[in-house]
Design a protein around this ligand. Structure first.
Ligand code: PMV
Length: 367
């Protein structure tokens, strides 16, 4: 399936918007996700160099309301509010994305938009919000298309287009339009996978892996020194690039098998290999950099010791930042929370951590 071609063709029918009276509204709640197999490196128009696998979170989400009116004068017209206040930096980014999306949603030229967005997680948590923010925005735009043209009535069509358009804004956002486990990137291990959109894989997940928790330990609230886009671009010409793309494919195969069979050992070792592999790529880029800090390592070392002593399943992973995601099954929650409170909280910025886990994906909010 060539989704770019499909949505370009559809765009011809999304021009020529008829005028409508008054102000209309749409609102979406969309969560972030944590990658188990990491996307790092891209080509062309946001096409990933390797497939990635994530689960969508529950408690770390963005809520975005879009009000829209008909506008005679053509062009992108938008006002952006973050948590009720103008935010020129975010607003500028959103405007750029709308300009990109206009190719597929030409009716944006005839609308006046007011976008009001807020996050469930604190500003100062250093949690990357592009996946939740971009998916919430795009899901709203797809609802507007459905409202104005009667298209995208079928849920699968709706989510595929939302995933496609989210990808153009932020690669990882393509995965956030679905709940549970999600795969983005074409790969032989996953039937019906694509580079242009993410999909919920058709695999039977072992019950132990259905309700995983993710405790996100915040070691630094600071904004990243190096953006993800810069990091992706440093994969071009990276001496380990080809080996990395092969490693990601192999790790995807291993993780899928572990998720199906309930293999905790394989899940843990593959998850941690992905996390450290991602950060090793950053360190060995040219110029090299690291986003990790001393407390990231203190937590990793403590987790390894705890696991050895307790024999409980507890695995760590990392995003593009110094915060540590602790992934473990619901059954171990009591012991892990005790471990966090007694031993890890001192490595967290102002004792900050977020209690999260696998969630069911975005929801439209009817007000
Ligand atoms: O979606 P981006 O461009 O911010 O890149 C995300 C990259 C990682 O978070 C490090 C990995 C991933 O797959 O989410």
């Amino acid at each position: 399936m060539d989704f770019t071609h499909k949505y370009k063709q559809q765009a011809d029918k999304l021009k020529g918007l008829s005028t409508f009276e008054g102000k209309r509204k749409t609102k979406w709640h969309s969560p972030s996700n944590i990658a188990l197999v990491k996307y790092w490196g891209k080509r062309g128009n946001q096409i990933p160099q390797n497939p990635s696998l994530s689960f969508t979170l529950k408690n770390s989400f963005t809520e975005t309301e879009i009000s829209y009116i008909y506008r005679e004068q053509p062009g992108i017209s938008m006002q952006f509010l973050f948590e009720g206040k103008p935010n020129p930096d975010f607003g500028e980014r959103i405007r750029k994305h709308l300009l990109t999306l206009r190719e597929f949603l030409p009716f944006l030229n005839s609308l006046g938009l007011t976008i009001n967005s807020s996050n469930s997680f604190p500003h100062s948590s250093g949690i990357a919000s592009s996946a939740s923010a971009m998916s919430a925005l795009v899901l709203g735009l797809c609802s507007i298309e459905r409202d104005l043209f009667g298209t995208l009535q079928d849920e699968k069509d709706f989510l595929q287009k939302a995933s496609f358009l989210s990808r153009l804004c932020s690669g990882s956002a393509a995965r956030s339009v679905y709940g549970g486990y999600t795969v983005w990137g074409k790969d032989g291990h996953i039937a019906g996978s694509y580079d242009e959109i993410a999909i919920p894989p058709e695999i039977k997940i072992h019950p132990d892996f259905l309700g995983l928790n993710d405790s996100i330990l915040i070691t630094s609230p600071e904004k990243k020194k190096i953006s993800s886009s810069r990091g992706h671009s440093l994969m071009n010409g990276h001496p380990y690039a080809e080996a990395r793309y092969g490693q990601a494919r192999a790790n995807l195969g291993k993780l899928i098998e572990a998720l199906e069979n309930g293999d905790e050992k394989c899940f843990t070792s593959t998850l941690e290999n992905e996390a450290l592999g991602l950060h090793a790529l950053m360190m060995s880029s040219n110029p090299g950099f690291t986003l990790l800090n001393q407390n990231t390592w203190n937590i990793i070392n403590a987790v390894r010791k705890f696991r050895e002593a307790s024999n409980l399943m507890l695995a760590f992973t990392l995003d593009a930042g110094p915060n540590v995601h602790l992934v473990y099954p619901g059954n171990n929650k009591k012991e892990i929370i005790e471990f966090i409170s007694n031993e890890l909280i001192r490595f967290c910025h102002e004792g900050m951590w977020i209690d999260d886990g696998i969630g069911e994906g975005p929801t439209e909010i009817y007000t």
